[in-house]
Design a protein around this ligand. Structure first.
Ligand code: NAI
Length: 344
């Protein structure tokens, strides 16, 4: 009997259906059984059913604990923002690493785990005008999400032997970023075996480019994480191959629910043509499988995907000739070979 897990799958728009099919091809090749519970988050269904779709999605995710989300059109609302708010997903983990064989302008190796507080900063307040010539917005930093993100970052450091760098503008934003660094330091003291250093965020950007090998896990506030993630993806060669975990925690800092997704959107220009690159959703799926405790299977999914890309087996966006389907089949076969699973 294969170990069995239930997973909520949030279906999306554009290339979403092709990506879902690719994930199922891969899932069928694994030595574990995944029972996917689909929820239709397409724009059409959201418009037809309104809030009920989100109620259904939230109830299912709370039950299955883990969810895989496909890209969705942001129209009246952003489904990611709605789910983040309703599930209290306070932390985003975005691993970004150089993929051998993927062309890039950057010549160095990069392997970063960006742990970002997903709420607050300057993003929760759109600001307001003051007369004709000025505007103001609030910058919000709260102890709880910072502590959750810090605990997650340091636990990751403990598990992987990696060091943690916290970065902010604590010298200028003394109250907000000062609180962030104080909480990071307090949590660091509970993980004495995990090296911790502090950087000013502007200096960090320069140092990541000059000496990327010095940085492993980087803990940052919301907007800094947003900037750093895109810069790191650019250095790694593509904004399109990033994947994230969106995490909510219980009072003892254990992951309560986790939603995994690709960083890219619905790619309407290539939808339905078999051109979608499933790399990002596969990397997101690998993180999900890791969260289920299936570390070896997660590692096999990630390394098989990256090895094939390095060997030149790629979709067209990365200069190859594979279709979504043929790339997915190749990864599935490689994973099955590595894990000795037959796919049944
Ligand atoms: P996009 O990421 O969908 O597309 C940008 C470019 O990258 C396009 O040329 C597209 O073909 C290409 N691309 C994206 N993913 C690809 C993949 N897997 N394989 C090959 N090529 C890929 O960004 P865009 O055009 O700004 O947004 C399109 C729609 O996606 C919008 O409605 C937006 O709201 C939504 N969106 C949804 C997100 C989500 O659900 N998490 C995130 C970002 C955008």
């Amino acid at each position: 009997m294969r170990p069995s897990y239930t997973v909520t799958e949030l279906l999306g728009d554009g290339i979403g259906p092709e990506l879902s099919k690719a994930v199922h091809t891969l899932a069928d090749a694994l030595p574990i059984h995944l029972d996917f519970r689909p929820i239709d988050l397409s724009l059409e269904n959201r418009r037809a059913r309104g809030k009920a779709v989100y109620d259904e999605a939230v109830a299912s995710i709370v039950q299955t604990i883990v969810a895989l989300k496909h890209p969705t059109i942001t129209a009246e609302e952003s489904p990611n923002a709605v789910l983040r708010r309703r599930l209290d997903l306070s932390v985003i983990h975005r691993p970004v690493s150089t993929i051998p064989g993927v062309p890039t302008n950057f010549r160095r190796e990069l392997d970063l785990d960006i742990v970002r507080i997903a709420t607050g900063g300057t993003y929760d307040d759109p600001g307001r005008a003051i007369g004709e010539d000025g505007a103001v917005s609030l910058r919000i930093v709260e102890r709880r999400p910072v502590r959750e993100a810090a605990r997650y970052a340091f636990s990751l450091g403990r598990r992987t032997g990696k060091r943690v760098t916290s970065a902010s503008k604590y010298t200028i934003q003394k109250a907000t970023d000062g609180l962030f660094e104080a909480v990071a330091k307090e949590v660091a003291s509970q993980y004495p075996e995990v090296p911790h250093s502090v950087e000013l965020f502007d200096a960090l950007l320069g140092k990541v480019i000059m000496s990327p090998e010095k940085f492993q896990i980087v803990l940052v506030l919301n907007e800094y994480g947003d900037f750093l993630s895109d810069m790191a993806c650019g250095l790694a060669g593509s904004l399109g191959i990033g994947a994230s975990a969106n995490l909510a925690f219980d009072a003892s800092a254990v992951v309560r629910v986790a939603m995994y997704d690709a960083a890219h959107g619905t790619a309407p220009d290539i939808a339905g043509k078999g051109l979608a690159n499933p790399t990002a959703i596969f990397l997101a799926f690998a993180m999900l499988v890791g969260q289920l405790g299936e570390t070896e299977v997660a590692q096999a999914i990630k390394s098989s995907t990256l090895t094939l890309l390095g060997d030149g087996i790629r979709t067209r966006d990365l200069g190859g000739t594979e279709s979504t389907e043929s790339f997915a089949a190749a990864v599935a076969a490689e994973v099955a070979k590595r894990l000795g699973s037959s796919g049944v």
